[in-house]
Structure formats: C-alpha cells, structure tokens
Design a protein around this ligand. Sequence first.
Ligand SMILES: Nc1ncnc2c1ncn2[C@@H]1O[C@H](COP(=O)(O)OP(=O)(O)OP(=O)(O)O)[C@@H](O)[C@H]1O
Ligand SMILES: [Mg+2]
Length: 491
Amino acid sequence: MKLKKLLRFIPFYKVTKPIEEVIVKGLSMDSRMTESGDVFVCMRGEDVDGHQFARDAVTKGAVAIIAEELIETSVPVVLVNDTTRALAMASSAFYQCPSEQLHLIGVTGTNGKTTITYLLDEIFHMHKKKTGIIGTIQVKIGDRTFPVKNTTPDALTLQKYFHQMRQARVNQAVMEVSSHALDQGRVYGCDFDIAVFTNLTRDHLDYHENFDDYLRAKSLLFAQLGNGYNKDREKFAVINKDSPVAKKFIKSTSQGLLTYGIYEEADIKAEDYTMSETGTSFVMSTPIGSVNINSPLMGLFSIYNMLAAAGAAVLAGVPLKTIQRSFEQTKGVRGRFEPVRQGQDFGVVIDYAHTPDSLQNVLQTVNDLTRGAITVVVGCGGDRDRSKRSLMAQVSVNYADRVIFTNDNPRSEDPKQIFRDMTTHLKGSYEVIDDRKEAIRKALTTANTSDIVLIAGKGHETYQEINGVRYHFDDCEVAREILREMKERPS
Ligand SMILES: Nc1ncnc2c1ncn2[C@@H]1O[C@H](COP(=O)(O)OP(=O)(O)OP(=O)(O)O)[C@@H](O)[C@H]1O
Ligand SMILES: [Mg+2]
C-alpha cells in the first residue's frame, strides 16, 4: 500500500521528505518486531517513549516513521499531533477499514462485560451468524480461538483481528471495551454499531485518578459512537437505567438510545422475577413484545446481563423467540458463577468476582440460594488498586459465615502486605491460609450438607502469578481434585 493512502484518514500532517513513492508493507509500534517495509509509529507509553526507538526501527528496515517530534533519520518522518490517533487510523486504513464491514457491538462497564459478550455470541450463533469475540478470556474468530494478554488489545492488533474476522467471513463481532483501552485511544478507528453500558463501581482506581476520571473514560465509547464512520447505518447506545450514573452516559451520546432495567422505567424491563438455585425466571418486556425467560443463570446480576444482551440483540434484528431460546439453553461462561459438581452434598461455586461490588453481588446471590452456611475463599491481587482490598475483606466477613483469605496473583508484592491491607481495620472473624490450594482444601473438607463454598477472584484463570512467573493454577481443577479425593477417602 502507498504511504499516502495509509495516511488518508489523518487530516493534517507534515513530512520531512517526499512520500509519494513510499510503499508500505506493514505497521509496527515495537522496534523489536519491526520488519523491512514497515512504517514505524512512535507511541508514548507510560514507561517508555517510542520516539527513542525510531532509529532502531529504521535499521530494521522501516521505510517511514510516524512521530510527534522531529527525528534525524534517513527515511521520511510524518509529523502528526497525536500518534495514538494516527496508529488507530493508519491501522484501520491498512486493513481496509474492517470494522466498517462488520456489525460491531462494544460492551463497557465495571462488571458483566465478558458475560454479556458470551450471551450475545450464543444468541447470534443461534441466529445463524458467524461470530467473533474480543475479550478477557480469549479472542474468537469463527471457530478458532487465540489467547490474549489484555481485555482490549492495542489498536494495531485490534484492526488485525477485525481483518481476520472479515477473511473468515465473520459478520457479527462483539467486543469488551475496557476503560484503559478507551483512555489510551486503542479503539479510535473502530466503527461500533452498538455500545452497551453495564454498570460502574470502583475498580481500576489504581489507573484512573478518581471516579470521575473513570466515568469519563467509560463514557468515551458513547461519545465516540458514530463519529466519522459509516454513516449509513444507525448507531445505538444500550444503557442500564438502574445505574446511578445512567444519565451521564445517556447525555454523552447523540445516537439512538435503548434503556434497560428492573426498577426504573426502561425500554427493556424484567418483571415478576424469581430466583432459585436452578436459575432465574422473569417476564421480559421489550419494544417488540414480551416473552417469558427461564434461564439456568443465577442471581439478579444475571438478569441485568440478559437484559443488556437482549437490548443489543433486538437492535441487531434478532427475533425475541431466538433470544428466549438462547437464554434458556445457555451454558454460562467459564468461571462466572460456575457450579462444580462431583456428587458432594454441598454447593461449590467458582466466580471471577474480584471487586468489592461484584463480590457482594455474588455473596448475596449465594445467600439467596441456601439456608446452610457460606464459606468464601478469596484474595486480592498484587500491584493493583490497594484501596479495594479492605473493602473486599469487609464484604467477605459481612456476607459469609466463614472467611478464608488466600493468595490471588500476588505478582511482585509480598503476600503478607496484601493480607495486612485487607485485614488491618477489619471487623469480624477470618483466617488466612496463603497457599490457595490448601485454602480451598480447608473450605471443602470442612463444609457441611447444604453449605455453599464460594471460591472467588480467579474464575477462568489458569495461573497464579508470583514475582513475574505464572504457575499453573485452576480453581475449578483444584476443587474437582479435592472433591474426588474426599469421595475416595471419606473422613
Ligand atoms: N451485571 C453485573 N453486575 C454486577 N456484578 C456482575 C455482573 N455480571 C457479572 N458480575 C460479577 O462480576 C464478575 C465478572 O463478570 P464478567 O467477567 O462478566 O465481567 P467483566 O466486566 O468482563 O470483568 P473484567 O473487567 O474483569 O473483564 C462475575 O464473576 C460476577 O461475579
Ligand atoms: Mg471481562
């Protein structure tokens, strides 16, 4: 592709040398990965500034540099006011604007993103669409899956995934959009057709300066909806009306709006709901009619997730009957309120809850399901928001009968410090067993009939990260193994 063509969505730039004849074979933002024929884009990260590596990239064969500052080098330098935007626009241009050719749904909010993307994927699958997912668990393109590092990848990788989806004839894509990604402009250049908002509570405050900054980052998805792309298709925001910040999200977009909720007036509503240990039932009223929903997904938060998914699916033209059937048959998502059954006479649930709010939700849900005692096994991650540690610990002792604190990815931190942060001002009883397997063993071997053991925080994760090394660890696998041992050697 000609460099000039690659730059066609960047309105103003200056060049240090003529670029008419420059042909581009690829894009790169990491000089270690730069190949001959690439354009190197200098990105300013938190720790390093890509401008420092421009000349390395030229040595590797870069044919041009996109930068914010002048760089002395033999190849043309394209000067732009914002390389983040330039990378997103150039990446989209390089892959022939793939997101414009997909029906793309973005889901943002503190909790429920992964669940909603999977619910939507199941609905669209049933609606005979070929689907793609980009999110926390993995990237899925048709039938193929790829492991991921971040919930939302960088702009270049993202556009490449969209391109691969186009090649695989995927026509429906659903993507989790994290607040980091929005803040860092990784999704400029994505033509979202529908943006879904779930809820907003304190999380990632290690990254964002304060709650307002977090709210602003999340609302960018709605502010950017329909800006400058495929104007032929209508764009919609799907918003949780029961969220205290719903109004701010509604105000941030000028596109079509569909609201959902249980308590507030909303376009899609759940009425007459009931919840049990086998699932949830409710009447879902929508602008195109009402249906009864009976789903194996448990808890009030699952109803919210179903309403959000139904909202996006209705806007995408899926009939209510299909949505109803999909919610009835859903298998749920790995590590999201996932039951572990090995014939034991008490309940075991694995859940990814790793924020005070989601932990409280899950514990309340568990509470609704049993008259027996509740044990929670939980920890807080190292090198992440410290302010949520004491809150998660307090929620645990408030809602569970027995609390075992344990490791959950201590990363570079001393686990003892994490436990101190959790328990210094804690009121209530708890024990600390730092080895996660031993903590789970203690919880399972001391459970009584009808109790529920909630193993929280890791969900689908298959590792424990200690000092930069990821050791294999899978809550579900460990729980199954211990339950099997208990069956073989009853006490
Ligand atoms: N709508 C909801 N409201 C509150 N809590 C929820 C909701 N949906 C799920 N949860 C809880 O949050 C946990 C994480 O759910 P999920 O993975 O779907 O969220 P996510 O937004 O993708 O999270 P992350 O930002 O970590 O990727 C679940 O295990 C569950 O405990
Ligand atoms: Mg997620």
